[in-house]
Design a protein around this ligand. Structure first.
Ligand code: FES
Length: 128
């Protein structure tokens, strides 16, 4: 049912954990299945220097979190915002159609973390 890459990222997920000094945090959930994903980013000069995640969810949710964090690490904020859940699924050699919604969670969590970073940055600029 799952590709070898999905199984690899599910059993050995990359970038699991938290970032203590994260300057962006995004949490998203899927109301239907109850799965939750939290992404931490540390951004410097508009570049994603570090990214970590914690996911309470199915195998596809964990594998897509792992792959999504790998794809955005080192990228610029704009490049990271362009990464779609389809790109994440493709990088995993595909997902069963019924599991595509799980990859949407990974895309949304990364975007939410970047939005949080942008909001915090704007607040700092307003305070100046
Ligand atoms: Fe909930 Fe996969 S079944 S994210």
């Amino acid at each position: 049912m799952y590709s070898a890459k999905v199984m690899d990222h599910f059993t050995k997920p990359r970038n699991v954990g938290e970032i203590d000094n994260a300057n962006g945090i995004g949490t998203v959930g899927n109301a239907r299945c109850g799965d939750i994903m939290k992404v931490y980013v540390y951004i410097e000069d508009e570049q994603i220097v570090d990214v970590k995640f914690k996911t309470f969810g199915c195998a596809a949710a964990i594998a897509t979190s792992s792959m999504a964090t790998e794809l955005v690490k080192g990228k610029s904020v704009d490049e990271a915002l362009d990464i779609t859940n389809k790109a994440v699924a493709d990088a995993l050699d595909g997902l069963p159609p019924l599991k595509m919604h799980c990859s949407a969670l990974a895309e949304q969590a990364i975007k939410a973390a970047i939005e949080d970073y942008k909001e915090k940055k704007d607040d700092i600029n307003i305070d100046k």
